[in-house]
Design a protein around this ligand. Structure first.
Ligand SMILES: [Zn+2]
Length: 204
């Protein structure tokens, strides 16, 4: 799933704050949006492993949520939502596609790494790949929920996030074509710096 879909999912879940502690809603929705996208910062490291922790984030989130309930403050609430959204992201990735340059081919059995179990979780492909039409559809639904539940002041943020999702979906396959041409044109010395999965897939 796209990082933006994860961000919107986190923001939807953070809507709980509207009911439980409405005064903390702004920090909750901001922290959940950032925490929802955060794991994908490992895109050029060991993607879906370095910053993806399906089990550990959930455990940290549970502890931080208890702290936020016991001692509610901007900081404790924000930190808890950051980890709840990051945990949700790491879990959601198992329902998407595999780790490969062209995930629509459905050849990879690696969705997201579970450090606790010490193994890769396999992709369920409910959303076939990040940037698939159904991924955009999910982003639109989640964005619609955000528009409905939150004050109008955050509407522009939601519109931008959904807009990025739409552009990404349009460019998803052309981007791979460009990456392939770039990798092809790279001198061998620079090829070492390209994340292995790009080169591996390209050579296969
Ligand atoms: Zn991810």
């Amino acid at each position: 799933m796209m990082a933006t879909t994860h961000a919107l999912a986190g923001m939807v879940v953070a809507g709980v704050t509207l009911v439980v502690a409405p005064e903390h809603t702004p920090v909750a929705v901001a922290a959940a949006g950032i925490g929802g996208a955060f794991p994908d910062l490992d895109l050029y490291a060991d993607h879906r492993k370095t910053l993806h922790f399906p089990t550990y984030y959930a455990a940290i989130a549970a502890v931080l949520a208890a702290v936020a309930i016991a001692v509610p403050s901007q900081f404790s609430v924000g930190l808890a939502w950051f980890f709840v959204a990051a945990a949700l992201h790491s879990r959601m990735d198992a329902f998407g596609g595999g780790l490969e340059l062209k995930p629509w081919r459905g050849t990879s059995e690696r969705a997201v790494y579970d450090h606790y179990r010490g193994r890769w979780l396999r992709p369920r492909r409910w959303i076939r790949y990040d940037g698939a039409p159904e991924d955009l559809a999910l982003a639109l639904v989640l964005g619609g929920i955000c528009l409905a539940i939150y004050p109008a002041s955050i509407d522009p943020v939601i519109a931008v996030v959904v807009g990025i999702s739409a552009v990404y979906t349009l460019l998803r396959k052309p981007m791979v074509w460009i990456v392939e041409r770039l990798v092809d044109a790279l001198p061998p010395t620079l090829l070492d710096r390209v994340p292995e999965r790009f080169v591996e897939d390209f050579r296969s």
